[in-house]
Design a protein around this ligand. Sequence first.
Ligand SMILES: [Zn+2]
Length: 572
Amino acid sequence: MKSGTKHLLLSAVILTMLLLLAAVNANGQSTHTGSPKLILQITVDQLRGDMPASVYDRLGKGGFRYLYEKGVVYENAHHRHANTETVVGHATLATGADPADHGMIANLWFDQELGRVVYNIEDDRYSLVGEGGGVDKDVEMDPTQKVARSDGRSPANILTTTFSDELALRTNGKAKIFGVSVKDRGAVPMAGHAGKAFWFSKAKGEFVTSTYYYDAYPGWVTEWNQKKPALAYADKSWELMHDRSTYTYGDFDDMPWETNVPGYGVVFPHPFGKGDGKMFTTLLTVSPAGDELTLEFAKALIVGEKLGQDEVPDYLSISFSATDYIGHTFGPASLESEDNLLRLDKTLSDLFAFIDQQVGLDHTLIVLSADHGAAEAPAQLNGFGIDARIFEPDKLDKEAAIETIKAKYGIAEELVSGFDHPYLYLDHDVLRKHKLDAGEVSRAIAAELTKFEGVAYAVPSIDLIEGKMPDTRLYRQILRNFNPKRSGDIYLVLEPQWFVAEFDGLTVTSTHGSPWRYDTFVPMIFVGNGLSARNFFREVQTVDIALTLSKYLKLKAPSGASGAPLMEVLSQ
Ligand SMILES: [Zn+2]
């Protein structure tokens, strides 16, 4: 090749590169519209990453389609911690930190100082506003609440700051910050320490908050509750939205693995019963009605608190819980879950239309994700030839292997003080009494547990502390879950498709909580405020969200944030 031709080619290449750079730049200038007026963080409890695609052909216009067709879509987003439970996922989305750092390592954990199991955000210093204390007794579908000694709630147990905290600090409290959910643990982590949270009390059928946030309810809350919106569902039923023949699971409504809640049944229509029925408000939460009520409350909040009306960005988190309750009860691959997705799409569409009218979607940055995914019901998996089974952790202490170890160390007492998913806790009083080294005993027990059928790994915490662990994805997930003050002695990982049928003390159809991909996989979409639609298939992690939001608003990172900023959201 002549040198002249070479130069010509080189110039052409350089010119093309410059043009490409200019295009990116021009694109950046044309789409960057500055700070949003509202950051809306939506979390759908138990929305596995592929679920919206499973009903995509039947979605309406303004809900999921707005997100997927106008947004920056990450098609391969995962939680990177091991314990895929509700409060763990929410706190991770809020803080951008791993559970090891934000401290929400499980929905429940054994508090060594208190000598009892605690519920993640319980705080008896801050009872419900207007209440003298006591416990929300209606715990049929949510027995985690049984553990809590009081209905007091606060974010005090969350050890690092959230994105919303950083927004509060930057604006010296001028940014309005709110978290709303049916579940207290879906609302509190997102509002952070500086914002305010509201959740649904099944005992009262109303949205409530604690004295951590308010001395008295704001007028708009009292007004909303006084209208008793839940009672609109009295004597009604959850019915299919469309013709049965249009559903993938239309002919599979009555499946033997579904949980038969008395009076509610396993087939459509599902009656809510009388408004004063013992299970009435609980059943609402196991239906799309739970999300519809959350939506209506959020609308009242947007108007009542004048969100997104000035130049200071406000933050609203809405966590929709129905997908999770319905998934646990009927399975995530059921006619109920299918109808719920279509109704959730309608709820989202309604929400976005309302935001557009009140604030403008052009001025609203929306990010949607989930606290965890889910697996299909074990019997359903078996029907496809996939070996799925139930593991019973309650039997652990009685098992011969553990008995052998107890005999070896001369222990007659119960050695395993409890199994609170995912940790096995040894009784340290017994260990002290026998002058035994906790690390040595937990290693010996873990080695035995690993031999049990259904156990993939039993990881003694001492191995994490001493750095004696292989550098694999799974071990890194467990390490990110390890907080020395709250984690137990042994982390139990079951084989893929092995489940503990009891979740939070309730017998369920299907569950989540494992480090396997069906539980870590979640949607992750940013849309609005000038972002242009693109899809990405590389793996990203949920810890990236809070840091990306912080960079987007040029705030400092939340104190434990350890993800990476997502360039596609920031640099266009
Ligand atoms: Zn759940």
